[in-house]
Ligand binder design. Structure first.
Ligand SMILES: C[S@@+](CC[C@H](N)C(=O)[O-])C[C@H]1O[C@@H](n2cnc3c(N)ncnc32)[C@H](O)[C@@H]1O
Length: 282
């Protein structure tokens, strides 16, 4: 798709004016904390790398700040917004970037992102806090043969969630989300964002996490990885011989791998969990 030279695009008003004109008082229930600093938004949109003519998918465009930045980078974007009040503002963005943006009015939890955005899409979003983790888990649980349908995830989370995604063994944040994220992707905190950058400011700091998929280890069924991590971290202070007792085959798998059952879940590496799941999958 041809990129519209910026000189030919109608100028878009500042985001603060857009919010005022369309009466977009932030809804707490919808997790609305808007980013209005266009330079910061351009830096976030640059995290996945070049986007010119690439398919992209955004959850919760709101008044369209991050949307504009993704479009300036040249992507072909599908954006899903649940709050109908934002649609007129998004129609203006659509006009400024002809042919580049399609907006779906609805709940991102109900939308088939793969069908809407297409193979190889980059998913980029300042996620509403209440659906951020379930959406991430859904994208990480996609068919993986040998890679998922999406090319990368660039996602703003509350700092605590970001820490749980990138956590290393032996740390308090290490748990199911870290294992699920890291067995399937290289995950890193790409940017920390101070609460004052948002309107209104949330109570806590945020961070943008960048995940790029890696080929799935062979012979490991996701359901077994989920079972073993659920059991092990469900009782994270207990020894594995206790927490995995109810999961058929799990203690034998530890023995086969030479993992001491007196250890606790948080001391096992991602590879250890994957190896247990591989034995259970056989
Ligand atoms: C944190 S705000 C981000 C807004 C904008 N992208 C920005 O960066 O300023 C989250 C956005 O997600 C929208 N939202 C909340 N729940 C949603 C859902 N289930 N599906 C789609 N959008 C949702 C909210 O209405 C809001 O616009």
């Amino acid at each position: 798709m041809a990129d519209t030279p910026s000189a030919q695009r109608p100028a878009l008003p500042p985001l603060r004016d857009v919010i005022a004109r369309h009466g977009l008082a932030a809804s707490k229930a919808l997790g609305q904390n808007f980013l209005l600093d266009e330079q910061l938004l351009d830096r976030i949109a640059a995290i996945p790398g070049p986007l010119k003519d690439a398919p992209a998918f955004e959850v919760g465009p709101g008044p369209g700040g991050l949307t504009r930045a993704i479009l300036r980078a040249g992507a072909r974007l599908v954006a899903v917004e649940r709050d109908d009040r934002c649609l007129p503002a998004l129609a203006e963005v659509q006009e400024a970037f002809p042919g580049q943006l399609r907006v779906i009015a609805g709940d991102a939890m109900q939308v088939d992102a793969r069908a809407e955005a297409g193979e190889g899409a980059h998913i980029i979003a300042n996620l509403p806090y209440n659906v951020g983790t379930p959406l991430l888990v859904g994208w990480l649980s996609a068919d993986w043969s040998p890679l998922p349908w999406w090319s990368s995830l660039t996602l703003m989370f509350q700092m605590e969630v970001a820490e749980r995604i990138v956590a290393k063994p032996g740390t308090d944040h290490y748990g199911r989300l870290a294992v699920l994220s890291q067995w399937r992707s290289d995950a890193r905190v790409a940017m920390k964002v101070h609460r004052s950058a948002f309107t209104p400011p949330p109570k806590v700091m945020s961070a943008v996490v960048h995940l790029t998929p890696k080929p799935a280890p062979e012979g490991v069924a996701l359901k077994h990885l989920e079972r073993v991590t659920a059991a092990a971290f469900g009782q994270r202070r207990k020894m594995l011989r206790q927490s995995l007792k109810g999961l058929p085959g799990a203690l034998d798998a530890l023995a086969q791998l030479g993992v001491d059952p007196q250890r606790r879940a948080e001391t096992l590496s991602v590879a250890d969990f994957v190896n247990v799941a591989r034995i259970l999958s056989a």
